[in-house]
Design a protein around this ligand. Structure first.
Ligand code: NAD
Ligand code: GLY
Length: 355
């Protein structure tokens, strides 16, 4: 089993180990006295893994109730958030009890936000079951729901007590969601770790997941430890996300987060090369890596549409937005772009003429 310590204001461990799902109770006993647990999960993950988690919790003296909602981004709303809060209140979960977020990034983000608000904050643990959640969303304490105006617009920074990641759960994850997670893995390679990028450039397979998860969690811990509240260096983790969130929004959330980030990264890499920030070979290196990992690179929206969506995003700061740009694989920095230049920036990465 691998252990990665996340040294933030409230430090915690990320435990990564095959089969760890059956020892959730034992692991939790190392950080908590027996108490009541509310397992928050979605319908698909509930069918696959909830019983194993509940059995393990009960075997270690915890009791468990569960709140199950319909899978998918369309559930990451204030409505589901409200229902989950009402459920915890009906169950009389107390301040000394615990929430268990079992699932992908949608479950983790929503359950984390619920935990941050219920009784002004109850403890929670993350059990990621998608590659995206394992390498990214379960670590670092960003929790949120979407609003009509955009993704993740209501949320909180709220760190878990523990993250338990069982790579065996990825054996049931459909290939399209593996690809979504690979977009975030490739992101880490692009912004910080050339070796990781090279490791996955030809396409990743299941034998590689444990090593990939450990390395990504180490990188995420590094950024979060140095900038827990996302005011500086942590923003590098948003490579491809400004365009990506805009693509998700323009598609009415029918394009998944990972797919949108992949397209967003390709746009930014091309813009960086066109503007002389990056080596000319950067876009083709990235695009080939994305394709080898079954990710899309073409954008069906115009630069103008993306800019309009991006500028309603929360990452806007006054008259500018910060875009993560890359000089070469593993070497990135933040570049402020004036709001009125956003469409032009995207155009450079989409082969459209500047206006
Ligand atoms: P998801 O949670 O919707 O999971 C994808 C699908 O896989 C769902 O249908 C789910 O039911 C199913 N699933 C989950 N685990 C499974 C398993 N082991 N076997 C079979 N099916 C399984 O999506 P996601 O890609 O995990 O997460 C995307 C979300 O994460 C977005 O809302 C995004 O904004 C958020 N996110 C958050 C952060 C953060 O730092 N908090 C970072 C990146 C992304
Ligand atoms: N996923 C980006 C972050 O956690 O900051």
């Amino acid at each position: 089993m691998d252990v990665v310590r996340v040294n933030v204001s409230k430090p915690y461990d990320v435990l990564i180990g095959r089969g760890i799902l059956d020892s959730v109770g034992e692991r939790l006993r190392e950080v908590s006295e027996p108490c009541r647990c509310a397992v928050i999960t979605d319908d698909i993950v509930s069918e696959l893994y909830k019983e194993r988690v509940v059995q393990s919790l009960e075997a270690s003296g915890f009791s468990a109730v569960s709140f199950v909602f319909q899978n998918g981004e369309q559930s990451k709303t204030l409505a589901t958030f409200g229902k989950a809060l009402e459920f915890l209140a009906e169950q009389k979960l107390s301040r000394t009890d615990l929430v268990v977020a079992l699932g992908g990034g949608v479950v983790g983000d929503l359950a984390g936000f619920v935990s941050s608000v219920y009784l002004r904050g109850v403890r929670f643990i993350q059990i990621p079951t998608t590659l995206l959640a394992a390498v990214d969303s379960s670590v670092g304490g960003k929790t949120a729901v979407d609003l009509a105006a955009g993704k993740n617009l209501a949320g909180a920074f709220y760190q878990p007590e523990l993250v338990l990641c069982d790579p065996d759960t990825l054996s049931t994850l459909p290939a399209e969601f593996i690809a979504d997670g690979m977009a975030e893995v490739i992101k880490y390679g692009m912004i910080y770790d050339k070796e990781l990028f090279s490791f996955v450039a030809g396409g990743a397979n299941s034998d590689m997941y444990e090593r990939i998860i450990r390395r990504c969690v180490e990188i995420k811990a590094h950024f979060v430890e140095n900038d827990e509240r996302d005011n500086g260096i942590r923003q590098l983790l948003n490579f491809g996300h400004t365009a990506g969130h805009a693509i998700e929004k323009c598609s009415n959330m029918t394009i998944t987060h990972g797919n949108a980030v992949a397209i967003g990264m390709a746009i930014v890499a091309k813009a960086c090369a066109a503007m002389g920030i990056a080596e000319q070979s950067l876009p083709s290196e990235l695009i080939s890596c994305l394709r080898n990992n079954n990710l899309p690179v073409e954008c069906e929206f115009t630069a103008q549409e993306l800019a309009a969506a991006a500028l309603s995003d929360k990452k806007r700061r006054g008259g500018s937005i910060s875009v993560v740009v890359v000089r070469a694989v593993g070497d990135s920095f933040l570049k402020p772009i004036r709001c009125e230049e956003t469409a032009d920036f995207f155009k450079q990465g989409m082969g459209e003429e500047s206006v």
